[in-house]
Design a binder for this molecule. Structure first.
Ligand code: AHR
Length: 513
């Protein structure tokens, strides 16, 4: 077998842009067991005085999630936030129509925001533009960020929280293009409502950043047209447009699944082009950036029963608790390569979701919490990707896939923090053969300290901590730094061999040469 070759060229003079820490966000929705028996379980042995699980909070920190989106998702489109603040004993349960679950309202805005604050995680809030509108969105913002002396801020203070939360990032609804969304709207209806809600919200607190809903996926019939129409109403007001994308392996088509990062890359380029076209028409210098606030591997077509088929149950119900394999983890790592390569236009992203629901962290009620295989590439990237994303040139063989056509075999991203010297290089090999990669780093003197690798497996993923540990033992490993050539510490190039179907992260230090 001949090993194929790829070449990566990096230079400190060519950069994509600073890596915004908010790109390592995740998502907590009132869905399934994300909240109840996920982050919150007062009877759990590790629960803190507020009822939140310490073991889950510790894993959240280890994951490196910098930001959390809340409270949905589809859930937000029928949420009455006022019913989930104030004395818990006075709160009434309601039927969440999005996930057909009786939501007890035990955890609401204050509980979530205070938990996030204690854990040092930035919150990202969404307002209901499905069944509600301008007044309720402005009121929720006032409740969260207002100073004493007005109705909703005073209610927060009466509920025991004096200091405003200062929530910076706000989603104007969720997936409003989707017919499944409660209160779904066409692009004109939504664009007008988002513009009015956003206008009111910026009058309450001009310091916030707003995210307008883009398409729920690139496969939506309205994709493109939706972005253009909605931004036509909101361009001057909003900061970001949302993108959502979930990937899965269809009928054993590994090649297409491993090429998911290319699909994500095309999706980002198309949304950027759509947004820039609206800006160009307006002769505007403003650039709308992307909040990729839902992305992950989700076996949506193959494992999910569909919202309408979910039996009506009290929370917490087990919904979309996908279990992941080493293959899924390689794809997650590669999707993060794509996000880093768009650091200039994607400052915000959320791995959907954090715990139990298509999540890197799983729990058993009353039992343990553990890492899924997808935990490892996320946590490693969040930890190692510091500073600025370098603008790489990757010369790679290609593979033909059924779903995405030609995709590069090797993908790469690299980050460098000039101040601390921290350097990282992320590489994916999407084929079943090893690939030798030569990295030319003229202009940067690189010393690698070591690495981490996830290799794909061929086993179906199985539920439970034992299986997750087995996958980690078989697929996840720490690597010694490759021997530099020709002279230690000042090599203009280095060569690494990528294992078949693998994702690798190298870390070390670098200085300008
Ligand atoms: O993350 C699960 C669901 O996927 C979210 O509620 C929704 O926004 C998307 O369709």
């Amino acid at each position: 077998m001949t090993t194929s070759h790829a070449r990566v060229l990096l230079h400190p003079g060519y950069t994509v842009g600073p890596v915004d820490r908010r790109v390592f966000g995740s998502f907590v929705e009132h869905l399934g067991r994300a909240v109840y028996t996920g982050i919150y379980e007062p009877d759990h042995a590790t629960a803190d005085e507020h009822g939140f699980r310490r073991d889950v909070a510790d894993l959240t920190r280890e994951l490196g999630a910098t930001m959390l989106r809340y409270p949905g998702g589809n859930f937000v489109s029928n949420y009455v936030w006022e019913d989930a603040v104030g004395p818990v004993e006075d709160r009434k349960p309601f039927i969440d129509l999005a996930w057909r679950t009786i939501e007890p309202n035990t955890v609401g805005t204050d509980e979530f925001l205070q938990w996030a604050e204690r854990e040092g995680i930035e919150p990202m809030m969404a307002v209901n533009l499905g069944t509600r509108g301008v007044a309720e969105a402005a009121a929720l913002l006032e409740y969260c960020n207002g100073e004493a002396g007005s109705r909703w801020a005073d209610l927060r203070i009466a509920n025991g929280r004096e200091k405003p939360y200062g929530v910076k990032l706000w989603c104007l609804g969720n997936e409003m293009d989707g017919p499944w969304q409660i209160g779904h709207k066409d692009a004109h209806e939504y664009g007008k409502l988002a513009a009015e809600a956003g206008k009111a919200m910026k009058l309450v607190d001009p310091s916030i950043e707003l995210v307008v809903c883009g398409s729920s996926s690139m496969d939506m019939d309205t994709f493109g047209e939706w972005e253009q129409t909605v931004l036509g109403y909101t361009y001057d007001l909003v900061d970001h447009i949302s993108m959502h994308a979930y990937y899965e392996e269809h009928s054993g088509d590994r090649a297409s699944f491993l090429g998911s990062g290319t699909s994500m890359d095309r999706f980002i380029r198309r949304v950027v082009a759509s947004a820039d076209a609206v800006g160009a028409r307006r002769r505007s210098d403003k650039k709308i950036t992307i909040s990729f606030d839902e992305w992950n591997v989700w076996y949506l077509q193959t494992r999910f029963e569909g919202e309408a088929n979910i039996p009506l149950r009290p929370a917490p119900a087990r919904i979309i608790e996908d279990v992941y394999s080493g293959l899924d983890a390689v794809v997650v790592g590669d999707l993060m390569v794509t996000l880093l390569n768009h650091a200039d236009r994607v400052p915000v992203a959320c791995l959907a979701q954090l715990v139990n629901v298509i999540a890197p962290i799983m729990t058993e009620p009353g039992g343990e919490a553990w890492r899924q295989p997808t935990f490892h590439p996320f946590a490693t990237t969040a930890r190692l990707a510091q500073g600025t994303a370098l603008d790489l040139r990757v010369d790679s063989p290609t593979t033909t896939t059924a779903r995405h056509g030609e995709v590069p075999t090797v993908t790469a991203a690299s980050t460098w923090d000039e101040e601390s010297g921290a350097f990282a290089l992320f590489l994916t090999n999407r084929t079943a053969e090893p690939v030798e990669v030569t990295v030319d780093h003229t202009g940067l003197s690189v010393v690698l300290a070591g690495g981490y690798r996830m290799v794909a497996d061929h086993e179906p993923a199985v539920e439970g901590p034992e299986h997750a540990a087995k996958v980690a033992a078989g697929c996840w490993s720490e690597l010694e730094a490759p021997v530099p050539s020709p002279a230690a510490g000042t090599t203009p190039s280095l060569t690494v061999t990528l294992a078949p179907e693998s994702w690798t992260a190298w870390h070390g230090t670098a200085q300008r040469a």
